[in-house]
Write a protein that binds this ligand. Sequence first.
Ligand SMILES: Cc1cc2nc3c(=O)[nH]c(=O)nc-3n(C[C@H](O)[C@H](O)[C@H](O)COP(=O)(O)O)c2cc1C
Length: 143
Amino acid sequence: MKAAILFESLTGHTRTAGELIASNLQQEGWGITGVSPVRKPEMASIQDADMIIIGTWVHGLFVVGQAPWGLGAIAGLPAMQGKLAATFCTFALNPAKTLDKLDGAVSQLGAEVIGGLALHRSKLAAHSEEFAARLIANVPVRA
Ligand SMILES: Cc1cc2nc3c(=O)[nH]c(=O)nc-3n(C[C@H](O)[C@H](O)[C@H](O)COP(=O)(O)O)c2cc1C
């Protein structure tokens, strides 16, 4: 499986998570076509990938109003028909329904979203490993 990773990151946690996810997947034999920012995506990495992994961070008032940051930029990504996708977000306290909203935005690009995970910013290594393991376990076998 070949995956492209796209991240939206203000202070670096989501970028770090994307890089950790990439190395975890590589250790399991996946190819990584690129790890790039949502706002400056490596187009070839998207084109060459079977799976697009998109991550952003939770923005809100910590107990209410949580949402994925950068939905406008995500909506501006190229169409992803025929590709699988998985999502993640990093958060500090409570992600609430951030992943559902992110999944909705990625589905609008035409990708088939198979799931996602919220990663606590203070447990990025462990949660990135968990994300990669779940992704590998849940990726549908294609004919
Ligand atoms: C303005 C602002 C609002 C935030 N709101 C929330 C929130 O509502 N809930 C939460 O769990 N984390 C919230 N956070 C924490 C970020 O989601 C968390 O630090 C995230 O890992 C940042 O990712 P980044 O380092 O890639 O920018 C907020 C951070 C900022 C700067």
